[in-house]
Design a binder for this molecule. Structure first.
Ligand code: PGA
Length: 317
């Protein structure tokens, strides 16, 4: 098959593709042809690469947090529906550039969004209850989320950890329950500024990771979001090198503490003041498999730019 040698794309963050419950059509294509698609063994011909980590898809999540009204969300959905996202372009590109896109509206607008948003984008909740629904005032259960078409949930976000006070174990249990019930989990980790300044960035991230690793049934449907707390909503983005350094450490932790396979296939995305201007440089980093975006996800065209930054993963042969 001449696909690799003629097209020759390169995701620097290459990982072997592997099955994922949230498959999109191109995934089956990848699986089908997986055995025929190989990295060249010679040192430097075409640096063709087949897929990056996880399902072979860059993953971008828009976390709308506690923002929006019926009207503003109608406008945002309409902007997203008409945005040109990298996918369905040409014959070969979908294989390589078709990023996985998810948005997380506030609970009260989930139904509005799931029923009006293009199928190209999946919908996530921003939180879920730790177990089955019942007498838990103010909570939303995983069953209810699935009932309205939600496929993902963000858990462990720093605003839930540090503003609401959720601890590592509580978050881990929520993740385990959601995964067992079939939701994908965007599992957030990240250090406070004082922790970074005290040289504890890795310790904090590893401790938060361990709380997930101790209880989750599998890593197949987990996307890890590294979000340094000092970068969230502050306009102070981590440099590509700072982010890459932690992503490598997280992957290494997974390799040592979970398995080599999980380390290579789990997507590790970056969050914290990502916008249309800085996403390209960040996306070039080998271990940055996408983004979790807050403020800039509230603007459809800018969010589309961030999704499309996947193309900066392409490196000339
Ligand atoms: P931000 O938020 O992009 O506004 O910094 C990111 C997040 O909290 O997920």
């Amino acid at each position: 098959m001449s696909m690799v040698s003629t097209y020759c794309p390169h995701f620097s963050g290459l990982r072997r593709s592997s099955p994922n419950l949230h498959n999109a059509p191109s995934q089956s294509f990848l699986q089908h042809f997986g055995s025929q698609l190989r990295l060249p063994s010679s040192p430097k011909p075409c640096r063709a690469v087949i897929a990056m980590s996880g399902s072979g898809k860059f993953f971008v999540g828009g976390n709308w947090k506690c923002n929006g009204t019926k009207d503003s969300i109608t406008k945002l959905v309409s902007d997203l529906n008409s945005a040109k996202l990298e996918s369905d372009v040409g014959i070969l590109q979908p294989l390589f550039f078709n990023p996985y896109v998810v948005v997380a509206p506030p609970f009260v607008y989930l139904d509005q969004v799931t029923s009006s948003l293009t199928d190209r984008i999946e919908v996530s909740a921003q939180n879920s209850w730790i177990g089955k629904g019942g007498a838990f005032t103010g909570e939303i259960s995983v069953e209810q989320l699935k009932d309205i078409g939600c496929k993902w949930v963000i858990l462990g976000h720093s605003e839930r950890r540090h503003v609401i006070g959720e601890d590592d174990q509580f978050i881990g249990k929520k993740a385990a329950f959601a995964l067992n019930e079939g939701l994908g989990v965007i599992a957030c980790i990240g250090e406070l500024l004082e922790e970074r300044e005290a040289g504890k960035t890795f310790d904090v991230c590893f401790q938060q990771l361990k709380a997930f690793a101790d209880v989750v049934p599998s890593w197949d449907n987990i996307v890890i979001a590294y979000e340094p707390v000092w970068a969230i909503g502050t306009g102070k983005v981590a440099t590509p090198q700072q982010a890459q350094e932690v992503h490598v450490a997280v992957r290494d932790w997974l390799k040592k503490n979970v398995s080599e396979e999980v380390a290579s296939k789990t997507r590790i995305i970056y969050g914290g003041s990502v916008n249309g201007s800085n996403c390209g440089e960040l996306a070039k980093e080998e271990d940055i498999d996408g983004f979790l975006v807050g403020g800039a996800s509230l603007k459809g065209p800018e969010f589309a730019t961030i999704v499309n930054s996947v193309t900066t993963k392409k490196v000339a042969a």
